[in-house]
Design a protein around this ligand. Structure first.
Ligand code: SF4
Length: 71
């Protein structure tokens, strides 16, 4: 990830995320393939920003390697 050489820690916003929630490196070859290839899905994105934020917070917590909670 440009600007985050060790990856994006769970719970931290991407350094490339702008205040209007757009991507600072959209269309740039340095944009990670995972971002380039991601296709929006309602299961992940929800129906609105609030649902997306809730789902993403759950997934980040669930997949955090330093998470000590059981699933
Ligand atoms: S699309 Fe990728 S690089 Fe751009 S802000 Fe989102 S996570 Fe960061």
């Amino acid at each position: 990830m440009p600007g985050m050489p060790n990856g994006k820690p769970a719970g931290k916003p991407c350094i490339q995320l702008l205040s209007d929630f757009s991507c600072a490196i959209f269309g740039d070859p340095s944009r990670p393939q995972v971002c380039e290839k991601f296709m929006p899905e309602e299961d992940i994105c929800g129906k609105n920003k609030e649902e997306a934020t809730t789902i993403l917070a759950f997934l980040e917590d669930y997949t955090c390697t330093t998470n000590t909670k059981s699933p």
